[in-house]
Design a protein around this ligand. Structure first.
Ligand code: CP
Length: 309
């Protein structure tokens, strides 16, 4: 693959290859060395048109640990504010010969469009409600390490599914790896036509969590609810917030995940989020660096091979 724009085009083999290489980077990141040379001589530009803590920081660290020259574009201070279009901005950066472009954008499809206009490898760091492929890959690695496998698991994704690119990329990935996916949330926050993805849909947490191996919580994406239904936080927490009573319906050894940013007391009880026996939220963050190192390493190998041909 020339780019990483989504999980959709990836095969089971592609996913396993990224996760296997990421395992090596987990080991490296835990050592004192922390550095390898997979991206030495390459230039990585990070363009985040939407706020980020985890994704931006981990792509930056990943690039630096692999020896790339990493530049973070301060999009708030860029000429986008003066009316320059996304494509003109991309073409301008393209003229500076970057090798890897990491892009987050509020519009679904914007990163795909940009990838058609530049001569480097593009990584989607989240586009609208479309895809967030490195998030699904880091979630997959976290699950595989915690459960010892990434197939025939029962996984519940809970909350605001309709606005979530994290949910969409996870549904696609977990389906490709032959897991059973359940979606739990209010019908108003469930996308139409979702049954086509081979998932089971619930609007009751207790019924949906019954016997699952993995509980993945999502944030209410208020910024994408333009004028539509916005539930009250109190009512939402009562019905869909993960607390000890609801979690008791999942398997005894079920793990709790959250991609962040987390709103404690809205979609998840703070004590559960901090419970090191159940929550793998900090592992997800750790896996994020390793998965992004692996994804950029593999794309750079392809880039170098095409340039040498
Ligand atoms: N999970 C995730 O994408 O977090 P950020 O928005 O902080 O990058």
């Amino acid at each position: 693959h020339a780019h990483l724009l989504g999980i959709e085009p990836l095969s089971q083999g592609d996913i396993t290859a990224i996760l296997d290489l990421a395992e090596e980077y987990v080991t490296l990141n835990r050592s004192d060395a922390k550095h390898a040379d997979a991206l030495v001589g390459l230039t990585q530009i990070n363009m985040f048109f939407e706020n980020s803590t985890r994704t931006q920081a981990s792509f930056e660290l990943a690039g630096k640990r692999l020896g790339a020259d990493v530049m973070n574009m301060a999009m708030q201070a860029s000429s986008i504010k003066k009316g320059e279009t996304l494509i003109d901005t991309a073409m301008t950066l393209n003229a500076m010969h970057p090798d890897l472009l990491v892009v987050r954008h509020p519009q679904s499809g914007a990163v795909d469009l940009l990838a058609q206009k530049v001569r480097c490898a593009v990584l989607n760091a989240g586009d609208g409600r479309h895809e967030h492929p490195t998030q699904a890959l880091l979630d997959a690695l976290t699950i595989r390490r915690a459960k010892g496998r990434l197939h025939r698991l029962s996984i519940a994704i809970c909350g605001d599914i309709a606005h979530s690119r994290v949910a969409r990329s996870n549904i696609i990935l977990l389906g490709k790896m032959e897991n059973r996916v359940r979606l739990i949330g209010p019908p108003t926050l469930m996308p139409t036509g979702i049954a086509e993805f081979g998932v089971e849909v619930f609007d009751d947490m207790r019924a949906g969590l019954e016997g699952v191996d993995v509980v993945m919580m999502l944030r209410l994406q208020r910024e994408r609810m333009d004028g539509g239904f916005i539930p009250s936080e109190r009512e939402y927490y009562h019905r869909f917030g993960l607390d000890a009573e609801k979690l008791a319906y999942a398997k005894e050894d079920a793990i709790v995940m959250h991609p962040g940013p987390m709103n404690r007391g809205v979609e998840i009880d703070g004590e559960i989020a901090d419970d090191i026996n159940r929550s793998v939220i900090q592992d997800q963050v750790e896996m994020g660096v390793a998965v992004r190192m692996a994804a950029m390493d593999l794309l750079a190998q392809g880039l170098r091979a095409r340039r040498a041909a």
